[in-house]
Design a protein around this ligand. Structure first.
Ligand code: ADP
Length: 613
């Protein structure tokens, strides 16, 4: 899965790189071929404009002087001056006339020649390089004029070494051509208006020689090397005088539309031009505008650079997006791994927990089994305790009852023997003893009956004084001549409590009887009965100065069949029965040690209404 993804990713990257390379190739191809050609072509209209302007400027300049030679040639003074016999004053007049018109019309020079080409009068008659005395019969404008036509010629002045456009016209005297008038127009001013950074303007003659040029160093240079015939033709008219007519270092390097693309090796460096040209047949010229292609090429280069930059930016953007996606994918993968790890851990933990759970369940089952076992054991124990209690009770009962029964049998046999022998006194003593034993057995029986008490028996308001008094009567027989004092310290007046009178008396008898047991063998035995009152409760306190309840047995002495007295002496039922009786009364029986044993019976007092009633 991961390898597959990586494969597609690699393919995509290759495709992107291929697209980028293709883009660069396209940009470079277009940027070096089509685009420069297009932007150069876009400059052609500008060149055509310049060309139109230049041509109309030239035409305007020539048109200004077109009619002037014929007009001036009609001046009689000039015809007169051409007469070989003309007096000096006439010549001087012609000179002045020519100078006047020359200055007025802004001409470079104006002069008249005789038929042999000799100059007789000139506007520059008073200048150091005057034309007077010079022959210009080799110039076409002269030969054209003396032939009766219009002379038109541009050339470098042989005397002034200044370029000019020459107009020629015949001078007639009485209808006969007597000489020629020539005007020279300066062309420097036209050139000056052509200077601009983006283009160059040249005007060439029909031999391909640059005559006018926006660059001075191009003047009198040939566009192509001149043939010997051409050189001879040029020399015949001395058009360019002694100029060497070196060819320009020009090379045709291409074509943009209908226009030539030329390259020039100039002193300042190589320049390339697109050439826009138009012929001016009336002057025998070709006007050419050379547009520098450098700005257009620069533009193309800038466009290419911009396009490359855009491509680079696009590629960078795509790379960034791809990288981001790759990072995202990586992060996702990591997350997935982490999740699967987590899931693995969770599964592990779950398995552990499940194992723990089964272990716990097993433990719980074991516990339950143990508990059930325990319960069973407990039930067994209770059963055995019951059996033990039964055994203990039957042992005590048989002991308690067998002994007196045996004694009764003995005393009865003795009494019978005494009666048979007529010994009345001994017989009655034995019978008395029998009665005593019968009483004891009755006592035992009553104790057992009380054990099966009826807890729901009715309660009533009983006076504590009465209950204590009755109890003292019951216990009196046990006192006999024992050295035990019983102190009853009861406050006067009725001490009413809620109780059952007979059962309450039984409790007090039990407590006193236990105290008597505890004081067995003591000479100064003392049993005290005292009462403490609170608004709701009455507490009867029975204390003795015996050994007290052994420590740790305070709770157990209230258990049924618990006794520290040997078999035959106590059933261990007295306190248990008493405790339950007091509980039935809604009171409390508790034990503490204070010198000897102290038992407290706390009972509720009847409510005020009940007390009055
Ligand atoms: P019995 O008197 O038959 O033993 P009881 O339930 O009346 O049964 O008394 C339980 C035990 O409480 C006695 O065996 C004795 O150890 C202890 N006992 C009860 N009264 C006193 C007392 N006044 N002084 C010391 N021990 C006492």
């Amino acid at each position: 899965m991961r390898r597959l993804q990586r494969g597609t990713w690699r393919k995509r990257r290759a495709a992107a790189l291929l697209a980028l390379a293709l883009g660069i190739a396209v940009v470079l191809t277009l940027g070096t071929g089509w685009l420069p050609a297009r932007s150069i072509a876009a400059t052609v209209p500008q060149g055509e404009n310049v060309l139109r302007l230049a041509i109309s400027g030239l035409r305007g300049e020539l048109a200004r002087y077109e009619r002037l030679p014929e007009l001036m040639a009609t001046e009689q003074l000039l015809a007169d001056a051409l007469d070989p016999e003309a007096p000096g004053a006439t010549i001087a007049g012609a000179n002045l006339y020519l100078r006047h018109v020359n200055a007025m019309m802004g001409l470079s020079d104006s002069y008249i020649m005789r038929l042999d080409g000799m100059t007789v009068a000139a506007s520059n008659f008073d200048q150091p390089l005057s034309f007077i005395g010079q022959r210009f019969d080799y110039r076409p404008y002269f030969s054209d004029a003396v032939a009766g036509g219009q002379g038109r010629f541009f050339a470098l002045g042989t005397t002034s070494a200044k370029r000019g456009y020459y107009f020629g016209a015949p001078v007639r005297n009485r209808g006969r051509i007597v000489g020629a008038l020539a005007l020279k127009v300066d062309v420097d001013a036209i050139e000056d208006s052509w200077r601009a950074a983006e283009y160059e303007i040249i005007v060439t003659d029909d031999e391909g020689i640059v005559f006018l040029a926006s660059r001075r160093d191009w003047q009198f240079r040939a566009l192509a090397p001149l043939s010997d015939e051409a050189r001879a033709r040029v020399a015949a008219t001395r058009r360019y005088d002694a100029a060497p007519l070196e060819p320009l270092p020009l090379e045709r390097v291409g074509q943009v539309g209908a226009h030539r693309l030329m390259q020039l090796d100039l002193p300042e460096g190589r320049r390339e031009f697109v050439v826009v040209a138009e012929a001016m047949p009336e002057a025998g010229w070709t006007v050419q505008v050379l547009l520098d292609t450098a700005p257009a090429r620069r533009q193309a280069v800038i466009a290419v650079v911009l396009a490359l930059l855009a491509l680079a930016l696009g590629a960078a953007g795509v790379a960034a997006v791809a990288q981001r996606r790759a990072r995202l994918r990586e992060r996702l993968q990591m997350q997935q791994e982490a999740q699967s790890q987590l899931e693995g851990r969770v599964a592990e933990r779950t398995a552990e927990l499940a194992a723990l759970n089964t272990r716990l369940e097993a433990e719980v089952a074991e516990r339950r089994a143990t508990e059930a076992e325990l319960r069973r054991t407990q039930r067994h124990l209770v059963q055995s305790a019951k059996l033990a209690a039964l055994g203990q009770m039957s042992a005590a009962l048989s002991h308690e009852l067998n002994q007196p029964l045996g004694a009764v049998r003995n005393f009865a046999a003795n009494a019978l023997t005494y009666l048979q022998r007529g010994r009345q006194a001994e017989a009655s003593e034995n019978i008395t003893r029998i009665l005593g034993l019968a009483d004891r057995m009755t006592e035992i029986g009553r104790t057992l009956r009380n054990f099966a008490r009826k807890p729901n028996a009715q309660l009533s308001d009983v006076d504590l004084h009465e209950v204590v008094r009755d109890a003292m009567e019951v216990i009196a027989w046990r006192l006999g001549d024992r050295p035990v004092r019983i102190e009853t310290d009861l406050p006067p007046g009725p001490l009413m409590v809620r109780a059952g009178p007979v059962r309450f008396q039984q409790v007090i008898v039990n407590l006193i009887s236990n105290a008597l047991d505890a004081l067995e063998g003591r000479e100064d035995g003392l049993i005290r009965l005292a009462v403490r009152k609170t608004p709701e409760r009455i507490v009867l306190r029975v204390s003795d100065n015996g050994p007290g309840v052994p420590a740790g047995l305070e709770e157990r002495i209230f258990d049924p069949f618990f006794s520290t007295k040997g078999v035959g002496s106590g059933l261990g039922l007295g306190l248990s029965i008493s405790f339950n009786i007091i509980k039935d009364f809604g009171g409390e029986l508790r034990v503490m040690n204070d010198g000897g044993a102290v038992f407290e019976v706390e009972l509720a007092r009847p409510s005020a209404q009940q007390e009055v009633a």
